[in-house]
Design a binder for this molecule. Structure first.
Ligand code: HAS
Ligand code: CU
Length: 573
């Protein structure tokens, strides 16, 4: 082998065997949650995917609209493009993600600590989610909340929309409280022990979110709800946008981190590999808690925020890029160990030896590959000058269908391919259909995002009913972009249909199994240390306090300079 290749492939031939030491769960031999708790974990996940049927239909409508085909007139109950887009964004980005995370992170916390959760809190989180979603859905379906998923004032929605979303956020806090109460009980019985990694990563995800969600909570409770009840004279658009984006950037990590939990702690086992380092993983999760205040990168063009703070946000956004780069390294290494153990050799031979025939692996590794592109486009968005070109263009949906739309959602689907059989004690209905579904999603999103990004660079706006825009016809260079978007979107929709069939058939017609196979958790090569600096990684409250200090430094001056709020009258779209 040439010298340079030898240098970058030092582990050629190393199978990672022998040294794998510590499991990521407290009791690796056996633990199963009681059936009544498992039900309260699976319902939110099924509920999220049921609503996703509507979200996916609205997605098809959006994508075809870019190609000049309008489905709105054929959709009963949907009166405008904005109503469809609101349903699409709220259901897919806010409801499916929350519902999935509440269920999945409860399961992984319980398995990590190998003890049951608090049942009344599980019930409370479930009912808050259901009531909240029904209220918001009422507002959206009746056309009283055509405000898109960012609900920027002065666009105004019916109070049921804001109250509904508030209840959904409270359900996430209840889920977090449940995790923390369970952790505290575990710690009492195991003083001085390190938190098992599966539980640590799951709890850190929600602790990050508890802190990040404060912005949107203040916006909704103190500004939007009183305004929608007529108690406030108007809304303050800049203050609302600033509070919204304080949460709106880290919310993307609230969507992503449950997937990172799977990529770090489950996928290595599923590919027959191992996670390299426990400490490295914890550092990555802690970084997400520290670097919360970067939301200004969504407001580069907003007036009222000085260049200095926008620049600070740019620098910190490049900082928050690092834990994802770390993840790319760690996960790729876990895949490599698995591929080499399976006989793969050379620089990339291992990649073809990972178990591609396992739909759960196939979906998630394809999601990772797409995320490489999603992450790159994020860096483009974050770069001030480039942002001025792509902001509010179709490039942005191009970016986020690669990230939340695929890295996250295709991974959720991959996780379902072991988790639904686990819940139901049934075999996956059809491996083949699940594999076809994953590949279709991968191909579909690459085509669709290519179209959106190309259009965006040519000035095609986002959030616009392009099929009705008279100027679009005079811009032939947009045509190919719109057609790619439409074709990609139609492939994604076909993939979603395959997923719904797979899910439904597995639940109702999958071959029953006598026992429940445990969830696929990995072991780590470098175990956690119980002395030295490392145990400090588990002291989440220190990291939260440091994050809060940083937040006050970045957001404090901007919010103070803006006071008192300036209220303007609302617009009902
Ligand atoms: Fe973003 C806008 C910057 C990540 C979602 N983003 C959005 C919006 C959404 C969204 C929904 O700075 C639109 C909001 C709206 O409606 O206006 N984003 C970033 C940056 C990152 C990033 C720097 N975004 C995400 C994630 C999302 C998401 C994650 C959802 C889950 N984004 C922006 C900016 C804007 C923005 C600006 C505003 C634009 C504007 O003007 O409006 C980074 O966190 C990305 C880091 C990611 C990586 C990739 C790591 C790769 C991994 C996979 C490894 C692969 C393996 C496979 C192992 C560094 C971990 C191996 C295979 C082989 C090939 C061998
Ligand atoms: Cu962001």
């Amino acid at each position: 082998m040439p010298r340079v290749l030898r240098a970058i492939a030092p582990y050629d031939g190393w199978k990672g065997g022998g040294q794998v030491s510590t499991s990521v769960v407290y009791n690796p031999s056996k633990f199963e949650l009681p059936e009544d708790q498992l039900k309260l974990i699976k319902w939110p996940i099924y509920f999220g995917f049921t609503l996703f049927v509507v979200g996916a239909i609205m997605g098809l409508e959006q994508a075809l609209d870019h190609a000049g085909i309008r489905l709105i007139p054929y959709m009963p109950g949907i009166n405008s493009y904005y109503q469809g887009l609101t349903l699409h964004g709220v259901i897919n980005a806010l409801v499916l993600t929350t519902a999935f995370a509440n269920g999945f992170m409860s399961l992984t916390t319980a398995r990590g600590l190998s003890r049951p959760l608090n049942k009344p809190l599980l019930q409370l989180a479930w009912w808050l989610l259901v009531v909240g979603v029904l209220l918001a859905a009422f507002a959206m379906f009746t056309g009283n909340a055509n405000v898109l998923f960012t609900f920027y004032p002065p666009l105004e929605a019916h109070w049921t929309f804001y109250v509904g979303l508030a209840l959904v956020v409270i359900s996430t806090w209840v889920t977090s409280a449940n995790q923390l109460i369970t952790l505290s009980a575990w710690r009492k019985e195991h003083p001085g022990e390190r938190i098992p990694l599966l539980a640590f990563t799951s709890i850190a995800t929600y602790v990050m979110w508890d802190f990040a969600s404060v912005g949107i909570a203040i916006e909704v409770v103190f500004l939007l709800i009183p305004w929608s009840f007529g108690l406030l004279a108007g809304a303050d658009p800049l203050l609302s946008r600033t509070l919204f984006w304080f949460t709106g950037h880290p919310i993307v990590y609230y969507w992503l981190l449950p997937v990172y939990v799977s990529w770090y702690t489950l996928i290595p086992k599923q590919v027959g590999g191992a996670l390299f380092s426990d400490r490295f993983t914890r550092v990555a999760f802690v970084m997400f808690i520290l670097l919360i205040p970067v939301g200004f990168h969504h407001q580069y063009v907003d007036p009222g925020i000085t260049q200095g703070f926008k620049f600070t946000s740019t620098v910190m956004t490049f900082g928050i890029f690092f834990p994802s780069l770390m993840t790319a390294f760690a996960v790729m290494y876990a895949l490599e160990i698995g591929g080499r153990r399976a006989g793969g050799n050379g620089l990339i031979g291992w990649f073809f030896k990972i178990p591609w025939g396992d739909p759960s692996v196939c979906a998630q590794v394809l999601a990772m590959i797409v995320f490489l592109l999603g992450g790159l486009s994020g860096l483009m968005n974050a770069s001030y000058d480039m942002n001025l070109i792509v902001h509010n263009t179709a490039f942005i949906p191009g970016h986020f269908h690669l990230t939340v739309g695929t890295a996250v959602v295709l991974s959720y689907m991959g996780i379902c391919y072991w988790m639904v059989p686990y819940f139901e004690k049934r075999k996956l209905w059809s491996r083949k259909l699940a594999l076809v579904q994953s590949v279709l999603w991968f191909v579909g999103v690459l085509i669709m995002s290519r179209g959106l990004m190309m259009g965006g660079l040519l000035g095609m706006p986002r959030r616009t009913d392009l099929a009705l825009a008279p100027y679009a016809a005079n811009l032939p260079e947009w045509h190919i972009a719109g057609i790619l978007t439409g074709i990609g979107g139609a492939i994604l929709f076909t993939s979603a249909v395959c997923f719904f069939i797979e899910l439904g058939m597995t639940i109702f017609a999958g071959e029953p199994e006598a026992t429940r196979e445990d969830i696929p958790f990995t072991a780590t090569v470098q175990a956690p240390e119980s002395s030295g600096w490392e145990p400090n990684l588990d002291r989440l409250r220190y990291w939260v306090v440091t994050g809060v200090v940083l937040t006050v430094l970045v957001y404090g001056p901007v919010l103070l300079a803006h006071m008192p709020p300036t209220f303007v009258a609302g617009l009902q779209p």
